[in-house]
Design a protein around this ligand. Structure first.
Ligand code: SR1
Ligand code: MG
Length: 405
């Protein structure tokens, strides 16, 4: 019998004992072991366990409610989903996700590679660090994982097995509410709206029926288009980065959905990084982010096209005109989700530090209006966004529109 034979929420001391129990082959120096809870996400507990001899591991545990809101009860099975997905993504895109050492469905916890030689990308973005390899690396991850799990490429029965296994209704329900519903009506009265933009939000988001119609279309697409095994929450807080490497983690929101959801999350969160750099007057950083916006779109599409051409197995999908249609729908979905993510992080329940830490009220209000204006353009005109330059022009146009007001 062990104390870990039934579920309880661990504290740091428990995580040390747990690491010894689950990872005995690490050869821990038990006397010097320490542990720090380092989770800064909205849902889980993350412990870094290490000893003085250089051994270390991350222990991640799912609680039965969200850290951001105790009222939000959640199935702890999400830890299994996350672990299995990381293992699968590691096969599709080797070197782009942390190694999973084990996962444990009793404690709803997993052990994974400690990436302390990387930074959480959002933290790095807020320090205005640049990573010249990022666009190339993230586009490889996106193309290989997203295209690699489609019906275009996979055996259809195997794809359906994955789709069934990772249906993930609870976490999808969070996204359906927080991304596709509440930012447009505050129906649960839990939006966080920065007071200086309250009138702008009411006019541009709550009162615009034409926008609501387009959002409804995107919401139903999200709920019904089982295109790829998507990460489901691919913001800069789900990426570890350093000069040489980009590693994606935290795929607990994963399910079979439209792949533009992941690409759009990257675009939106890079624009939050841009807004933070812009408020600080850091032109060099902003120029790098702008180049990333263009490159992420163009490189991802180039790599997806190549992956499609090389790996397509479905007979009908070998049709060239269909391939062009398919790639176009990915771009339109990417644009729509860029907009959805930008809007929901500004006005919804789960905000981003890139924006909320802008201390100057007027600068923060301007940043928020730029994000909302760009977000609306991405949603309303999603079919017209055909390349990286088009995606960047949305930001440029939003700045001009807001500054002209
Ligand atoms: C209650 S969870 C709020 C948000 O945090 C996660 O990272 C997802 O983005 C979710 O929407
Ligand atoms: Mg997360």
């Amino acid at each position: 019998m062990s104390k870990f034979d039934s579920y309880f929420l661990m504290k740091s001391d428990d995580a040390i004992e747990y690491a010894q129990y689950k990872l005995p082959h690490f050869g821990w120096d038990t006397a010097s072991m320490t542990c720090k809870e380092i989770g800064d996400g909205n849902l889980n507990f993350v412990f870094k366990v290490q000893d003085a001899q250089g051994h270390s591991a991350i222990i991640k545990q799912a609680g039965d409610s969200a850290r951001i809101s105790q009222d939000m009860k959640l199935d702890t099975d999400r830890n299994r989903i996350e672990s299995e997905i990381l293992i699968l993504q590691g096969k599709l895109a080797p070197g782009y996700v942390p190694e999973i050492y084990f996962y444990d469905t009793v404690m709803s916890a997993c052990g994974m590679q400690d990436l302390s030689d990387h930074m959480i990308m959002r933290t790095a973005m807020m320090q205005h660090k640049v990573f010249p390899k990022f666009a190339d690396q993230i586009s490889t991850f996106l193309a290989q994982v997203l295209m690699g799990t489609t019906d275009v490429v996979m055996d259809h029965q195997e794809k359906k097995d994955l789709q069934r296994k990772y249906i993930n209704p609870e976490l999808c329900d969070i996204s359906e509410a927080l991304v596709f519903t509440e930012p447009y009506n505050d129906e649960k009265h839990r939006n966080n709206v920065f007071a200086p933009v309250a009138d702008f939000v009411k006019e541009k988001l709550y009162d615009d029926e034409a926008l609501h119609c387009e959002v409804a279309k995107c919401k139903m697409d999200f709920m019904t288009r089982a295109q790829s095994l998507i990460h489901g929450d691919l913001h800069t807080g789900s990426i570890f980065i350093n000069e040489e490497s980009t590693m994606v983690f935290d795929p607990e929101f994963c399910f079979y959905g439209p792949m533009g959801y992941d690409i759009g999350n990257i675009i939106a969160n890079m624009i939050f990084a841009w807004a933070n750099g812009d408020a600080a007057g850091n032109k060099e950083f902003c120029a790098w982010v702008e180049s990333v916006l263009v490159d992420v779109i163009d490189m991802t599409m180039t790599k997806m096209r190549a992956y499609y051409e090389e790996h397509v197995t479905d007979t009908m999908c070998k049709n060239k005109a269909y391939m062009e249609y398919y790639l176009d729908t990915i771009l339109a979905d990417t644009a729509a989700i860029s907009g959805m993510e930008m809007i929901r992080r500004i006005v919804g329940m789960a905000n981003v530090k890139d924006i909320t830490t802008i201390a100057d009220e007027a600068k923060r209000a301007r940043a928020e209006k730029i994000c909302i204006t760009a977000g609306i353009d991405y949603i309303m005109n999603r079919d017209a966004k055909k390349n990286g330059k088009d995606f960047l022009a949305v930001l440029t146009n939003a700045i001009a529109a807001v500054d002209a007001q």
